[in-house]
Design a protein around this ligand. Structure first.
Ligand code: CS2
Length: 485
């Protein structure tokens, strides 16, 4: 029997309690290309765009997976439709219609580049995660294999940067204005970093193109926030039961959501404020506060909690010693080092985040947050430590989550488990050679410059890291629990 599938034809037959697009999808026009079609984009920006489309039909999304084929394979037969489950006391299901077209770049490069150089496309958004920017120390890493590949083959790119520049080159050749490039990833000054990376890459290929982008392009900063646990079978089943048909890839997130976008676009923009987006001329501060006060504690829970044998964020928050540590970490060690935006109430922000972490309706696995530590630790914790050192404030508590990460890497390496991290090779190699001696192990890890430079040259940081690593003992649940007291 062929299964009934969610798609444009079955949409009208869904039960009435399932929310669905309240606009004519067929009348919309693709105005946005989105690179990185993971769950976060589908649960966050695409939902805002779904609301925008009720006011302005010009901004439907062409969604592009840069590496994998599986999102395209799941969503193309569904005409881009998928279900969002909002997790709360009253869970709600909503079918999102904003994604009108889905491509897997590895197999459909020309179609992607064709869209990017379409006159109606005026905005390219990205969620490619920290590693997708190919940065080292905040600047484009020309030794990155994908960047080296793209510079040698600029017309057939594989990286996000390569796609952005090839798309812009085609537009310039066709005398079209550039698109705005909007980063929606958890990086401080994400737009500034992306602008520098794009212009530096273009400069290696074509000086005029680089100047044209620098003068005419726009790379607004943005801050994105909504906790989005990975899709699991329980969600697939729940959605299938409720819809009465199969959705191959629903997504889920908490009800809370925030998107703050710098109002600096070069080629028109969607009426995002009508969908609840905060448009601002100055978002510096928001992204920093979110990275330091939400993402850093998340990483702390992920590594320290995993060492303690805990599986989810809510369970970690139900473990008194860990919950108390994270609260102190946020209020006492991080807040003093966050230069808050105007009118920002840090203690209230912290309490609201702690409440979100406690949400029992969300099964957010610590293993998911633990991915890509080499990319996350620098932007989430090392900046706070550098600021604390500059101001002469203590850093002991801030070093404990990082020491937790090192013990986590050590444990995985010694158990022969590969890390989900682009730097798995070097991290696992160092992890296998650890002895348990704090000075030996910490010094070996801190020698990984791509993560720890330039802070590793500061003797105060090295000493605090050795103490924190020693305090965690052998990294066993008991030793970690005792260190958190
Ligand atoms: C998390 C984030 O997986 C992680 O590293 O810290 O995805 C976090 O849930 C979001 O940034 C919340 O907005």
């Amino acid at each position: 029997m062929t299964e009934r599938r969610l798609n444009a034809a079955t949409l009208a037959t869904l039960p009435p309690d399932i929310q669905r697009p309240n606009y004519d999808r067929a009348a919309t026009k693709i105005g946005i290309v989105h690179l990185g079609l993971g769950a976060f984009h589908r649960a966050h920006q695409a939902v805002y765009v779904d609301d925008v489309l009720a006011h302005d039909p010009d901004w439907a999304i062409c969604g592009v997976s840069l590496n994998s084929l599986d999102v395209r394979d799941a969503l193309a037969p569904q005409d881009g439709l998928y279900t969002l489950a909002l997790l709360g006391e009253q869970p709600t299901l909503r079918v999102i219609g904003a994604i009108r077209e889905v491509f897997a770049a590895r197999e459909e490069r020309e179609r992607v580049l064709g869209r990017m150089s379409d006159v109606d496309v005026r905005l390219v958004t990205l969620t490619v995660t920290e590693k997708g920017y190919c940065l080292s120390g905040g600047e484009l890493d020309f030794d990155h294999p994908d960047i080296a590949h793209d510079l040698a083959n600029p017309r057939t790119p594989v990286s996000a940067i390569g796609y952005l520049v090839e798309g812009l080159r085609r537009r310039k050749a066709q005398r079209l204005p550039p698109y705005t490039v909007l980063s929606c990833d958890n990086l401080p000054d994400n737009g500034g970093k992306l602008r520098r990376a794009v212009v530096a890459y273009a400069q290696r290929l074509d000086h005029d193109l680089a100047c044209w982008i620098a003068e005419n392009g726009a790379f607004p900063r943005s801050m994105v926030d909504s906790i989005t646990p990975a899709t699991d079978d329980a969600l697939r089943e729940r959605v299938c039961d409720a819809l009465g048909c199969v959705d191959a890839w629903p997504v889920q997130r908490e009800a809370y959501t925030q998107w703050v976008v710098e109002d600096a676009f070069c080629n028109g923009r969607p009426p995002l404020e009508r969908a609840g987006v905060t448009m601002s001329d100055d978002i510096a501060g928001y992204d920093r506060a979110k990275l330091r006060l939400l993402n850093a504690p998340h990483s702390a829970l992920a590594y320290l909690g995993s060492l303690m044998g805990i599986e989810t964020v809510a369970q970690a928050m139900g473990t008194p010693v860990l919950a108390a540590f994270v609260e102190r970490l946020m209020h006492d060690a991080i807040v003093p080092n966050v230069a808050a935006p105007r009118g920002f109430d840090a203690p209230r922000y912290v309490d609201a985040i702690l409440e979100r972490f406690r949400n029992p309706a969300i099964q957010h696995r610590l293993s998911q947050i633990a991915w890509d530590g080499s990319q996350k630790i620098p932007v989430r914790l090392l900046g706070t430590i550098a600021d604390a050192l500059a101001a002469g404030r203590p850093i002991g508590r801030l070093c404990l989550p990082i020491a937790g990460w090192l013990h986590f890497v050590r444990r995985q390496a010694r158990n022969g488990v590969a890390l989900s991290d682009p730097m798995n090779d070097v991290l696992s190699q160092v992890g296998r050679r650890t002895t348990g001696d704090a000075t030996h192990d910490v010094d070996a890890f801190l020698a990984i410059d791509a993560v720890f430079a330039p802070l590793s040259a500061d003797a105060r940081f090295v000493a605090a890291m050795r103490s924190a690593y020693a305090a965690l003992g052998d990294g066993s649940p008991d030793a970690v629990g005792a260190a958190l007291l």
